[in-house]
Ligand binder design. Structure first.
Ligand code: GAF
Length: 369
């Protein structure tokens, strides 16, 4: 039975961001990916209203709109909140009105899935108040729909599942071979037991997936799959590259094929503690994203190069690219070295200072009160 939550009762959710360990641009190609939910994220406080109004407060700002908000009617900082309310109602979850407060330890536009954390966190909260009992997959799809149909960024489903289904101490292996039913499995990620940390280098270059390049990569992958007679490009075999004429499509396909192999290799390396091999796969993933998929940028490349100089076993850009963050797996004692090297190189080039911090795998979205 559906019930509306009590007006005036405040409920709180913590929702992590994510870094993708490896498996980039594979979710929408029917491949497998390996993200972790991280110990930075959002605190979302929600109270139901019964007057059809939505008020949202964040970072000292306030915005208001009606629950019947439609795509195209909001384009300011409240865009993703409005998108989440719209997509949640589209999924037939009743939303009578809400007061929403958002606090964040996650840099926005840093490629760490602040958008998925917000849309999925809000969908989770609104579903909880309404008592609709949607599954985590349903909630992830609401978050995806908010971004694709309201915001205009045609994202895959990796980030949403990562922030909802991540598990502390584990990476989340998500296989998108069956688009209707992605297969999820937790993989132990015990690098901290071996003196290693995962560092995040936020370049400060805001990535905007709606800018067109991300959609262009999706179109190219679809075109390559269609020329190869495949339903999804991740089904391609190594020799597929030889069967394509267009140089760009060849390189996009080579990334998808080699990255899929690296995901398999990384799962194996995590299981056997082969950290050097794991690091090598991270670095070759970056080269592939830089040269074949062409989604890196100078700030990411410098971050990766300096991480290797600082003693990282491997480093790569993470997320959609075109800015955002890089990650590096390195001995815990080298984080300060990494920070000072990257800062020095950024200063030398007159780039704004990067932010360097470590990230650990945590649980997905959960209700605090
Ligand atoms: C972004 C998208 F939102 C994801 O769906 C995924 O495609 C990623 O880029 C690249 O792996 O984060």
């Amino acid at each position: 039975m559906r019930r509306l939550g009590t007006v005036n009762e405040v409920r709180e959710w913590t929702v992590p961001g994510r870094v993708n360990l490896i498996g980039e641009h594979l979710d929408y190609n029917g491949g497998a990916v390996l993200p972790i939910a991280i110990d930075r994220g959002l605190l979302i406080k929600v109270r139901m209203r019964d007057d059809g109004a939505v008020n949202v407060w964040s970072g000292g700002r306030k915005a208001s709109f009606g629950v019947d908000i439609a795509p195209g009617e909001v384009d300011d900082w409240a865009l993703y909140t409005a998108a989440a309310v719209w997509a949640t109602r589209e999924a037939e979850v009743p939303v009578p009105g809400a007061d929403i407060v958002i606090e964040s330890t996650l840099p926005t536009g840093a490629g760490l899935s602040s958008s998925a954390a917000l849309t999925c966190g809000l969908a989770t909260a609104l579903d909880d108040f309404a008592g609709t009992g949607l599954s985590r997959l349903d909630l992830a799809r609401i978050g995806q729909r908010a971004e694709s149909d309201f915001v205009g960024a045609p994202v895959g489903l990796m980030d949403q599942l990562a922030v909802l289904c991540g598990e502390a101490g584990h990476a989340l292996h998500i296989d998108f071979a069956d688009d209707d039913a992605p297969a999820l499995a937790s993989v132990p990620a015990p690098w901290s037991d071996h003196g290693l940390v995962l560092a995040v280098i936020d370049t400060g270059i805001t990535h905007a997936l709606a800018s067109g390049e991300y959609a262009a990569r999706r179109r190219e992958c679809d075109e390559a799959a269609s020329q190869l007679g495949l339903s999804a490009l991740a089904r391609a075999q190594v020799d597929a590259v030889l069967r394509l004429d267009d140089d760009t499509l060849k390189r996009r396909t080579r990334h998808v094929v080699t990255e899929s192999a690296r995901v398999r290799g990384t799962v194996k390396a995590l299981g056997s503690g082969e950290w050097k091999q794991l690091g090598a796969m991270l670095s070759s993933s970056h080269e592939s994203l830089r040269d074949d998929f062409e989604v890196s940028c100078p700030e990411l490349d410098v971050a990766v190069e300096e991480a290797i100089e600082a003693g990282a076993l491997g480093a790569r850009m993470t997320g959609g690219g075109f800015g955002g963050s890089a990650i590096a797996l390195l001995p815990s004692g080298e984080v300060e070295n990494l920070r000072s090297r990257v800062e020095a190189q950024y200063t030398r080039r007159d780039w704004k200072p990067p932010q360097v911090f470590t990230a650990s795998p945590v649980d997905g979205a959960s209700r605090r009160t």
